[in-house]
Design a protein around this ligand. Structure first.
Ligand SMILES: Cc1cc2nc3c(=O)[nH]c(=O)nc-3n(C[C@H](O)[C@H](O)[C@H](O)COP(=O)(O)OP(=O)(O)OC[C@H]3O[C@@H](n4cnc5c(N)ncnc54)[C@H](O)[C@@H]3O)c2cc1C
Length: 372
């Protein structure tokens, strides 16, 4: 088939890899003028790494392997610990923290040079029983057998399918940075999640001496934007236990980036006819479980599997959405409850088995639970 993909982020590239390997003709249209090279680090869990492996993509040599996540109080006491290495041993795939540009480079490696057409902004589509036609803001069009909207949080394809206003602000926002901050965990496989009354702080090694750090604070789109956010973060979090003050001391305003969390209710059926969605276009959620990109990779994997079964393409797209629904709706509902900001008392935290994340990952994943 001739398949049109809108967006060349994690979802668009993963879908293109899967469908090209299955022998389809694929064209990807991306609004940005060139490949994205920025972005902070992402956590690719065992489920994401399993899909990458199936796509022939390896993260060897980039990022940092994460074997432990410790949730701490702002005073430096352990709330609860997670043995992430246990999931790696159980599933055969590690968890890796990786700068987004490396993930995109690895996903694009080996793909045809003319696959992605940059500077093409989709503003709608029409379809009949047999074909889909996409329209672009420059007045041009493209026609194919199927359309996959992998155009992220502000998806034009989703807006055309569902209408406006379906993605809503959630209750927190994140200030984050990725910078060479030499605290003890930067060169380890240990990720810290620290929570207190003032908000939450995450610290995660990302390879090459880089530390991904972020601060979650309550947020509404109506809030005025701070003129000196780093000073504000230092005032708010500077008295927390080490290593938070050291991170805030080493950070610079130039490192800082803000994003408000958003969420949409996941639909049981998210496409229509010969059109479907993958990734944030279908399920925007707060990054509190670090599963967004992983769930996007899961989408690409299931979409490839369903189309490989042959038959009526529209029916295969609905089968894909149906297979994803139980997993992605669970992840989305949990992410909305903002577990990164829970303040589990240490005496209760000690009761949680440190291997519990392994079972959660299985529930989050089509790939890890698929029959061999
Ligand atoms: C700060 C932050 C931290 C995160 N941390 C993690 C993490 O640790 N682990 C994790 O798994 N996930 C994380 N996520 C989520 C993850 O980044 C997303 O879930 C993932 O990038 C979704 O991929 P996507 O391909 O659906 O969308 P995107 O990566 O947003 O790609 C969409 C692409 O479509 C293009 N596009 C948009 N509109 C159009 C249009 N009209 N026409 C043509 N092209 C268009 C865009 O330019 C973009 O290239 C985080 C997200 C944020 C914001």
């Amino acid at each position: 088939m001739e398949i049109l993909v809108i967006g060349s982020g994690v979802g668009g590239l993963a879908v293109a890899r899967t469908l090209l390997a299955a022998g389809h003709r694929v064209r990807v249209f991306e609004q940005a003028p060139e490949r994205r090279t920025g972005g902070k680090a992402l956590l690719v869990w065992s489920n994401g790494n399993a899909v990458l492996d199936d796509l022939g993509v390896s993260l060897d040599g980039v990022g940092a392997r994460i074997d432990r996540i410790d949730a701490m109080t702002s005073g430096g006491r352990l709330r609860t610990g997670m043995d992430i290495g246990h999931a790696a041993r159980r599933f055969g795939f590690p968890t890796t923290a990786v700068p987004r540009r490396h993930l995109l480079e690895r996903l694009a490696d080996g793909l045809p040079g003319d696959l992605v057409q940059h500077g093409m902004t989709c503003d709608g589509f029409t379809q009949d029983r047999d074909r889909v036609t996409v329209t672009f803001t420059d007045g041009s069009t493209a026609t194919g057998d199927l359309l996959v909207g992998a155009d992220g949080h502000h998806s034009a394809v989703r807006r055309r399918l569902w209408g406006e206003g379906t993605v809503r602000p959630a209750t927190y926002g994140t200030w984050q940075g990725l910078s060479p901050i030499g605290i003890e965990i930067t060169d380890t496989g240990r990720h810290l999640m620290i929570t207190g009354r003032e908000g939450a702080c995450g610290l995660m090694p990302a390879g090459d001496g880089l530390l991904q750090w972020w601060f979650d604070v309550r947020w509404s789109p109506a809030d005025p934007r701070s003129a000196a956010p780093l000073e504000e973060l230092r005032r708010r979090f500077g008295r927390w236990a080490s290593p938070v003050p050291e991170v805030l001391e080493a950070a610079t305003e130039d490192d800082l980036e803000f994003f408000g969390h958003h969420w949409n209710r996941v639909r049981r059926v998210w496409g229509e006819g010969r059109v479907t969605l993958v990734g944030d276009a279908a399920h925007t959620m707060p990054p509190t479980l670090g599963q967004g990109a992983n769930q996007t990779l899961e989408d690409a994997w299931v979409l490839g599997r369903e189309l490989a079964r042959g038959g009526d393409p529209a029916a295969r797209l609905r089968a894909y959405e149906q297979a994803r629904y139980p997993h992605i709706s669970l992840v989305s509902r949990l992410a909305r409850r903002n577990p990164a900001n829970w303040r589990i008392p240490p005496f209760l935290g000690r009761l949680i088995p440190d291997t519990s994340q392994t079972g959660m990952l299985a529930r989050f994943s089509n790939r890890l639970t698929a029959p061999a």
